[in-house]
Design a protein around this ligand. Structure first.
Ligand SMILES: *[C@@H]1O[C@H](CO)[C@@H](O)[C@H](O)[C@H]1NC(C)=O
Ligand SMILES: *[C@@H]1O[C@H](CO)[C@@H](O)[C@H](O)[C@H]1NC(C)=O
Ligand SMILES: [Fe+2]
Length: 441
């Protein structure tokens, strides 16, 4: 039954997909090496009896400094209620939230998408929780610490292949506090059931630690005439805490965690100086207090610095950089994490195309494991500002030790234990007297 419906959906989706190819083929025309690994499709099968009220695709995200949003999907209509507490199966608290669903073109209707914000919660504490009434599935998560040290896992262009699975297994062993994802999640590419499959694939990790994401080109899913609204599935399924930072859009927002101010930007929304996104960013940066958050980290999908031959000359990279790089520089942003290019690359501190001790370190970490494969051709000779580049799948860990020091490591998947292939100690710009500027708080 489910298979018949999936097949019908697939055939109905194939037409708009081909149609979309006509429009977007030119934009994303980079030819990657052939795909060697299988695409994973994770079916809905929890336990022996299939209960349509059973929670699936559970993931959590931080809201404010001490609350958590619990998101999950059910096939049937159930109350959006989360029970939680600090000891197993004894849930002393509960909270209600909202339920929504969306349609994609005329063929697809999503399951019931539930969002419940719980808290206030204690920092660095293990919580037990359950989604919906009478659900047999119990979950746990750990809240992030309120102070340094804190460890972030960073991975972009994740997808859902055997490469992805390998990356996730390595991340699971890293003892991270929070995952940061600079865009391109499911690679559903208009075929909505792949969003559900992705939700199931990441659930073991995303239900245990907050996953904070921003979106890439594979989240746009806009098809002229057939489905003209962009980001429909992304916004419905991956709701982020944008209101808390004064943003008017789920596509860009910021938050503080343990002394780090994290800013999520949108490559595929207006970014010129008259845009809402630009004005919001300017206001957000004006409110950063470096005594509270000595570190500033920015995530955006399309890289502003890139010496791979893939994705050169795209407007989301070049024009967004031209518009916003000055703001990031003046705010003394420490690191910019990007994706889009399916490889790893780390730059020196840089501003306006040149090495600059007060500029951010730009890191491309688009090597999560998507089905398009790796981008392995580079500009030759290597420009001076590019310090380390390699086309291998993997993930990064950003461990902020204290107000002045952080350790960045890139972990390649090739080895059974995630191999450290690149590592560097960073000093926060707020602690560098040579980078103080007027107006800094
Ligand atoms: C959640 O909603 C149910 C049903 O309306 C209600 O009985 C319960 O008290 C609510 N719980 C909270 C914490 O508001
Ligand atoms: C911060 O961490 C670095 C690296 O571990 C260490 O060398 C430094 O002394 C620490 N600073 C403070 C103020 O503890
Ligand atoms: Fe991308």
């Amino acid at each position: 039954m489910g298979h018949v419906r999936d097949l019908r959906l697939f055939l109905l989706s194939a037409l708009p997909l081909a149609f979309a190819g006509l429009f977007f083929g030119g934009v994303y025309s980079y030819n990657r090496p052939p795909v060697l690994r299988k695409i994973l499709s994770v079916p809905h099968s929890y336990g022996d009896d299939h209960n349509p009220a059973s929670p699936q695709q559970v993931h959590i995200s931080l809201v404010g400094e001490d609350k958590m949003r619990i998101s999950w999907i059910t096939e049937s209509s159930t109350p959006a209620t989360v029970e939680y507490g600090t000891s197993p199966t004894k849930y002393e608290s509960s909270a209600n939230g909202t339920t929504s669903s969306y349609r994609y073109s005329i063929v697809y209707k999503s399951g019931e998408i539930h969002d419940v914000v719980i808290g206030p919660l204690k920092p660095n504490t293990l919580y037990y929780y359950r989604c919906g009434p009478a659900s047999g599935r119990d979950f746990t998560f750990k809240t992030p610490p309120a102070q340094f040290p804190i460890k972030f896992a960073v991975v972009g262009d994740l997808g859902q292949t055997e490469w992805t699975d390998s990356t996730l297994q390595h991340i699971a062993k890293s003892n991270y506090d929070m995952l940061l994802l600079p865009g391109d999640l499911a690679y559903a590419d208009f075929y909505q059931p792949f969003w559900d499959s992705f939700g199931r694939l990441v659930e073991p990790l995303a239900s245990q630690r907050p996953w904070m994401v921003t979106q890439g080109n594979h989240e746009v899913e806009k098809i002229p005439v057939i489905h003209s609204k962009p980001f429909t599935a992304y916004n419905a399924r991956w709701r982020m805490p944008f209101e808390q930072s004064g943003s008017d859009s789920n596509l860009y927002y910021s938050f503080n965690v343990a002394g780090v101010h994290i800013i999520m930007l949108s490559s595929y929304t207006d970014f010129d100086p008259s845009s809402q996104q630009y004005k919001w960013l300017e206001a957000d940066m004006g409110q950063i207090d470096r005594k509270i958050t000595p570190w500033i980290v920015v995530l955006v999908h399309a890289p502003w610095y890139n010496t791979n031959t893939a994705h050169q000359g795209e407007k989301e990279s070049d024009e967004m950089k031209a518009s916003m790089e000055g703001l990031l520089y003046q705010a003394r942003v420490d690191v910019v994490f990007t994706g889009h290019v399916h490889a790893y690359e780390r730059f020196t501190r840089v501003y306006n195309g040149k090495a600059d001790n007060c500029g951010p370190v730009h890191i491309t970490i688009g090597d999560g494991g998507n089905r398009e494969g790796l981008a392995s051709k580079y500009e030759d000779p290597t420009p001076d500002i590019s310090i380390f580049r390699e086309a291998s799948f993997g993930h990064g860990q950003f461990e902020v030790v204290n107000a002045t020091h952080a350790l960045w490591t890139w972990h390649r998947n090739d080895d059974s234990s995630a191999f450290v292939s690149d590592s560097i100690w960073l000093r926060s710009l707020s602690s560098d007297p040579a980078c103080q500027y007027r107006g800094q708080r």
